[in-house]
Design a protein around this ligand. Sequence first.
Ligand code: PLP
Length: 393
Amino acid sequence: TIKLSARVQSVKPSATLAITARAKELRAAGKDVIGLGAGEPDFDTPEHIKQAAIAAIRDGFTKYTAVDGTPELKGAIIAKFQRENGFDYRPEEILVSCGGKQSFFNLAQAVLDPGDEVVIPAPYWVSYPDMVLLAGAVPVLVDAGAEQRFKITPAQLRGALTERTRLVVINSPSNPTGMAYSRDELTALGEVLRDFPQALIATDDMYEHIRWDTQTPFVNILNACPDLAPRTLVLNGVSKAYSMTGWRIGYAGGPEQVIKAMKKIQSQSTSNPTSISQVAAQAALEGPQDCIGEMLGAFRERHDFVVEALNRIDGIECLPTDGTFYVFPKVTGLIQRLDGVSNDLELAEYLIEQAGVALVPGSAFGLDGYARISIATSRQNLEQAMQRIAGIA
Ligand code: PLP
């Protein structure tokens, strides 16, 4: 056997990708499996975005670009931050990366040392703790269950912060819970953070555009507490808003010193994100925005259907969400009622094998007894999946 690094052995492969792979495998073997594991919109990338990329290829825009992104795309990102979030960044304060995933990876590598602590509210996006571990640092998980709408309280945050805290992660609206923090809640968290000036803050706004309450503007912690700007990184990307997960473009805005360090990490790993994808992302940010509204309408309608259908099943309780294309029901009642099933992992296995429904167990996101259901699939698939789960319940 070959000796692998302690580093790689400290992490596990992404559980969400594993479920999707298992569903694919069963389907290839002829089994009828409805996939509710997807972490990406089921819509096609909008046509004007594709056309921009095709034109880029034809024009020969197929070489290295600046490591941190083309000046044109950075300009589009700066304009987006101004227009939609009220932030004024200079080009030196922006880094374009290969997906939101690389933005966070760069950040972890750039600011964390062994022994540093990173506060991560649970349930969390699966990659945060593992990317923190890969940087040699320590994830400090703060549990927030359904009774607090999966959001941490200021008292919990205070309890988790120490003089070793180097980074605090906020993801709102959240993958996997679909919950978003209000301005008041963020203001209260910001007040606690003021007492820990050595802690950087990462706000992951990947689901900014997938929110049901379109009357209330999106807020992140910087909107609520502008004084935190010198130590806050705003992470976002085009993957979810424009159905561009495969193009791999994410971006970060933040203090120049940190952005520069993140860029240095990127320059020694991937270099620039794909030139063609950068042109596509620019078209997404600068072009017509009605594609977002169309997807949002479909997600909202499916959300309403699924939440109601789940709550009608004995043993499942599901809170309505604020946004994203996930719902995060409590399934402990169902676990208790099924023979041979004693936790959410076993429930996920049971459902995929016995009901032909693939979903991701809550423990993959740090909260046992729940499941993440993706509504990024057709209404027909969702109806059938709800019938199948009701059938075994
Ligand atoms: N942040 C959150 C909360 C996510 O859910 C995801 C994708 O699942 C990402 C970041 C990364 O997105 P990307 O595909 O752009 O790397």
